[in-house]
Design a protein around this ligand. Structure first.
Ligand SMILES: [Zn+2]
Ligand SMILES: [Zn+2]
Length: 313
């Protein structure tokens, strides 16, 4: 079968490879791409296997054994480590990653699979992974002092920022999204948020960019006593300096949000299947495996839309 393999930073090759081995074989119908895939291509990533490595972690397809349509979840938490026992599987210490969606077939443990409801098309069925991380980010704020804040801001209008904004609009909050691209501000407004080029002070701020300067800007945009949720991941090992005055004298609550649980993936599937989140508003062009490398290397700009890979195209 054909698969996209990473051979090193910036080195993506589409090759004929052996069938993947694992519990359940799934024929990939749609695999969506995100900033993590761009990072994996450019710099490698801690969750990749040694090179040559398969990647692609937002994957929907059809089980070869039963014909059932499934989302292939990108991870299975161990269930026994201290965070898992404490109900925090997002930070499992022994996470089993399931990568390889950019291929004609992927093998996955049955525990990673989720049934796709009728009526949800396969490209949309590949998107619960990032949406589940957004569901988790909103839940992280729900356990803070700003849990019920009406005035909420989102810094960054990429697909994650837009998903977070939409979830907050659905909760009836007054949402302001900040992005320098006018096309993304227009997308945010279409989802029911207000859109600005610069944030003022807000009770609850979600950062969805993943760069040190954006983390600092999110802290600066929090009102005294407010909460900041850092959703965008800076590369591990990055030192980020934050304003001590705001953290201490303004009693800011700054918290990270990473990944998702199996239940959060199921919530995300429901939101996409029943139309609360319109995946078509976030869907971009569809490419085959051969065009993937060029598409991931293209500079981001304009509207925020997810690349869809159809391995049979
Ligand atoms: Zn992703
Ligand atoms: Zn665990």
């Amino acid at each position: 079968m054909r698969a996209a393999l990473l051979h090193g930073p910036g080195d993506l090759r589409v090759e004929e490879v052996a069938e993947p081995e694992g519990e359940v074989l799934v024929r990939v119908a749609a695999a969506t791409a995100c900033g993590t895939d761009v990072k994996m291509l450019r710099h490698g990533h801690r969750v990749l296997e040694p090179y040559p490595a398969r990647f692609g972690h937002e994957t929907a397809g059809v089980r070869e054994d039963t014909g059932e349509r499934v989302l292939v979840g990108d991870s299975v938490a161990c269930g026994t480590c201290p965070p898992c026992c404490a109900g925090r599987p997002q930070v499992c210490r022994a996470m089993r990653w399931v990568l390889g969606g950019f291929a004609e077939r992927i093998a996955a443990p049955a525990a990673a699979l989720h049934a796709i409801p009728d009526g949800l098309d396969l490209p949309g069925a590949a998107m619960p992974e990032p949406l589940a991380a957004c569901v988790h980010a909103v839940a992280r704020a729900g356990r803070s002092d700003a849990a019920d804040a009406a005035d909420v801001a989102v810094l960054g209008g990429g697909t994650m920022g837009l998903m977070i904004a939409r979830l907050l609009v659905l909760e009836g909050r007054d949402v302001t999204l900040c992005d320098r691209h006018p096309e993304r501000r227009a997308q945010a407004e279409a989802l029911g948020a207000r859109a600005v080029e610069r944030l003022a002070a807000h009770d609850l701020v979600f950062e969805a960019v993943g760069r040190p300067e954006a983390w600092r800007a999110a802290v600066e945009a929090a009102a005294p006593g407010g909460t900041v949720v850092l959703v965008g991941g800076c590369p591990g090992g990055t030192d980020v300096s934050l304003a001590a005055g705001a953290l201490h004298y303004d009693e800011l609550d700054v918290r990270g949000a990473f990944h998702h649980s199996r239940a959060e993936v199921d919530s995300a599937i429901g939101l996409l299947a029943f139309g609360a989140i319109d995946w078509r508003a976030l869907a971009g062009e569809t490419v085959g495996l051969d065009a993937l490398g060029e598409a991931l290397a293209r500079p981001a700009g304009g509207e925020a839309r997810k690349l869809i890979v159809d391995p049979s195209a």
